[in-house]
Design a protein around this ligand. Structure first.
Ligand SMILES: [Zn+2]
Length: 588
C-alpha cells in the first residue's frame, strides 16, 4: 500500500521535480538506472576491450509517460523489421517497480531496444541541460515522439529521416556474426545528433553548399565524441591514456575514431576508398583548402570535427601544464567547457545556409558572452586553431547598433507572439537588410535559460530567426537537365537578445537586395551554383517530384533535387555510410 502511494505521489510531484537538483531527484527515486553498451560489443571484442567498455548503467530522469516500448514523451521504440515484416512485441515497463522487464540478457532484442532508447534519452537530456542549451529542444517535424526502429532490416547503415520522423538502425553480418548498429554508442549518438540539429535549425535540412551539408555531419560526429566522454568507463579510460601519454589526446583513439563498425577489414563488403579500419577520424589536420571542390558532406565535416577535437586536446594540455591538474580533472573540465561552447554556438548560428565561418564566429561570441574575461586564454587557443584550418573570417561582426528595440518594443511580447515579432522585423527591415516588399517568415522564436560554471545563471536570451528566399535560375549547359530550373537562395538571420533588451548577436545571410548587400548576395549565389555544378558533374543529384517522397526509401539515400512548386529543394537523408559508395542514388 505504502509503495503504491509513494509512486502516485511521485507522479504528482513530477512537475516540481524538474526544479530539483540531480542529487535530490536521485534520492527521491526519480532518476532510474538503465544499462547501456558503452561501446559496440562487436568492436569491443575486436580490440579485446570488452572488460573495459562493457555495460554501464546510466541514470535517466524518470517521467510519468515512460511505458512499454520503451516509450516516453519524446521517444518511442518500435521493433519492426522491414525485411521480414515482423513486429516484435514491445519491452514491458513495470510502473510499480519502475523497471523494464526481461532486459537482463544483453544478447536479447529487449536489451537492444532499451539500450538505444536510453542512449537517445541521455543525449536529449544533455542538450537540454542548463549547462548546454538550457531549453527544450523540439524535433524537426510535427509530433512529440521520434520513432526509433532498432532492427529495421539487414543493411550496413543507420540514419535519421525527418519525413519518416524516425531513426532507423540496421544490422549486418561480419564473418557470420551479426553486428547491430543499435548497439553502437557512436552510431546511435551520431544519428541522434542529426535529429537534434534538425530540431534546432530545421532549415539546415535544405542544402545550399557542401559546407551546409557537412555541418550536419560535424554536429552528429561531435555529439558522438562528446557523449562518449560522458560515460564513466570511456572517460576513465581516456584519462588513463592521457596520464601515460603526457596529456596527448591524440592517443585516445577510442573517441577519435567514428564508425568503426562499418569498416571492418576483411569483411565481405569493404569500402574501396577506405584503407583504414574506421570511417572518419577526428584526429586530422584537414584545412578548408582541401575541401574547396568537395561535395561530400562527411569529408567536408572533418575540417570542423578536427578543429574541435584539437581545441579539446589543447585545453587539456593547458590545464595539465598551467593549472597543474591531473589528467582526469583536466579532461573533465576541458570537456565541460567544450560542451558548453560547441553546442551553445548553435543558438547564434544563422537561420539558413550555415558556413563553417558562421559557426566559428558564433562559437567565439558564445565564448565571449559566457566568459567576458578570458582568464585562461582559451579564446586565443580557439582562434589560432581555426585560423590554421583556413577558416577565414574568425571575428564576429558587431551587431547593428541602430535596431530600434529597447525603447519601442516589449521584448516579452515579441518572444511570445509571431505578430509582434513580424512588426518588429518589418520596422527594422532596412537595418536588418530585409528587402522592402519582400515577404519573410519567422523561422523560430525561443527563450533560453543557461548557466555557467558553478550554476551561475546567465541572462536569459531571446532568439528570433527569420527567413526568405530569392529565386535563382540555373542558366547554361553545365546544369544539364536542371537548366532553366529555379533554386532558392536562402536568406535570413538570427537575432539574439538578452532579457534586458540588449542585442547580443546578429548573424545574417543577405540576398542581393538592398543594394548595399548586393556584393555579399552575389558571392552567395556564386557558391550555390558552384555546389550544384559539383553535384551534377559528380552525378550525385537527381530530380524527384515532391509527390514521390510520400514514403521513405531507406536503402539508397542521396542528394535529391525535389521539384516542389516552382523551385528545386536540395535535400538529403543524412546517413552514416561512407558516401563515396553509399550516397550514390542509381537510376536503376
Ligand atoms: Zn551522418
Amino acid at each position: 500500500m505504502g509503495q503504491i502511494k509513494k509512486s502516485i505521489d511521485l507522479e504528482k510531484i513530477y512537475g516540481l521535480s524538474l526544479k530539483l537538483s540531480k542529487q535530490d531527484r536521485e534520492d527521491l527515486g526519480m532518476r532510474i538506472p538503465v544499462n547501456i553498451f558503452v561501446q559496440d560489443p562487436f568492436i569491443a571484442q575486436r580490440y579485446k576491450q570488452k572488460k573495459k567498455f562493457g555495460i554501464e548503467p546510466i541514470k535517466l530522469d524518470w517521467e510519468p509517460s515512460w511505458g512499454n516500448g520503451p516509450t516516453s514523451s519524446r521517444v518511442a521504440v518500435v521493433d519492426y523489421n522491414m525485411d521480414t515484416d515482423i513486429l516484435a512485441s514491445p519491452v514491458k515497463w513495470d510502473r510499480k517497480k519502475k523497471k523494464f522487464i526481461g532486459t537482463t540478457d544483453p544478447n536479447s532484442f529487449r536489451f537492444h531496444n532499451v539500450n538505444v532508447w536510453a542512449i537517445i534519452h541521455n543525449i536529449i537530456a544533455f542538450f537540454e541541460d542548463p549547462y548546454v542549451m538550457g531549453r527544450p529542444i523540439p524535433w524537426g517535424f510535427n509530433g512529440n515522439r521520434l520513432i526509433v526502429v532498432p532492427h529495421a532490416g539487414e543493411k550496413k547503415n543507420a540514419f535519421y529521416s525527418r519525413r519518416g520522423k524516425c531513426l532507423l538502425f540496421y544490422y549486418f553480418f561480419s564473418g557470420g556474426v551479426p553486428v547491430y548498429t543499435c548497439l553502437s554508442h557512436d552510431i546511435v549518438a551520431h544519428e541522434t545528433g542529426h535529429a537534434i540539429l534538425d530540431g534546432i535549425r530545421p532549415h539546415y535540412f535544405h542544402f545550399s553548399s557542401a559546407q551546409s551539408s557537412g555541418f550536419h555531419e560535424f554536429i552528429a560526429d561531435l555529439t558522438a565524441i562528446l557523449s562518449a566522454l560522458r560515460t564513466t568507463s570511456v572517460r576513465h579510460a581516456v584519462a588513463d591514456i592521457l596520464e601515460k601519454a603526457d596529456g596527448q589526446l591524440w592517443e585516445a583513439q577510442v573517441i577519435s575514431r567514428l564508425g568503426e563498425e562499418f569498416a571492418v577489414k576483411g569483411s565481405e563488403e569493404t569500402y574501396e576508398s577506405v584503407d583504414r579500419n574506421y570511417i572518419r577520424n577526428a584526429y586530422n589536420d584537414k584545412t578548408m583548402d582541401q575541401i574547396k571542390n568537395c561535395w561530400i558532406p562527411h569529408d567536408c565535416s572533418e575540417v570542423l570535427t578536427g578543429a574541435l577535437f584539437q581545441i579539446l586536446a589543447e585545453i587539456i594540455i593547458y590545464r595539465i601544464e598551467k593549472e597543474n591538474e591531473s589528467a582526469k580533472a583536466a579532461l573533465w573540465r576541458a570537456t565541460q567547457h567544450l560542451n558548453r561552447l560547441a553546442f551553445r554556438a548553435l543558438d547564434y548560428c544563422p537561420s539558413v545556409d550555415i558556413q563553417f565561418e558562421d559557426y566559428v564566429q558564433a562559437l567565439i561570441r558564445a565564448n565571449e558572452i559566457a566568459y567576458p574575461v578570458d582568464t585562461h586564454g582559451y579564446l586565443e587557443i580557439i582562434k589560432e586553431i581555426f585560423k590554421k584550418r583556413g577558416i577565414e573570417k574568425i571575428d564576429p561582426d558587431p551587431p547593428p547598433k541602430a535596431v530600434s528595440f529597447t525603447w519601442k518594443y516589449d521584448l516579452e511580447s515579441i518572444a511570445s507572439s509571431h505578430t509582434a515579432a513580424y512588426h518588429f522585423l518589418d520596422d527594422n527591415r532596412e537595418i536588418l537588410d530585409i528587402p522592402l516588399n519582400q515577404d519573410f517568415e519567422i523561422a523560430d522564436i525561443y527563450y533560453t535559460n543557461k548557466v555557467k560554471g558553478a550554476y551561475e545563471r546567465l541572462p536569459r536570451e531571446i532568439i528570433l530567426e527569420y527567413i526568405w528566399n530569392e529565386a535563382i535560375t540555373l542558366r547554361g549547359n553545365d546544369f544539364g537537365e536542371f537548366q532553366n530550373k529555379k533554386v532558392p537562395l536562402r536568406c535570413g538571420g538570427t537575432l539574439v537578445f538578452e532579457e534586458r533588451g540588449n542585442l547580443l548577436y546578429w548573424s545574417r545571410k543577405a540576398g542581393t537586395k538592398p543594394k548595399r548587400v548586393r556584393k555579399i548576395g552575389n558571392e552567395r549565389i556564386k557558391k550555390l551554383l558552384h555546389y550544384i555544378k559539383l553535384l551534377i558533374a559528380a552525378d550525385k543529384i537527381r530530380l524527384v517530384p515532391a509527390e514521390a517522397l510520400q514514403h521513405i526509401n531507406p536503402y539508397q539515400p542521396a542528394i535529391e533535387a525535389i521539384q516542389d512548386g516552382g523551385m528545386l529543394q536540395l535535400e538529403i537523408t543524412p546517413e552514416f555510410l561512407n558516401p563515396t559508395k553509399g550516397l550514390v542514388k542509381s537510376n536503376e
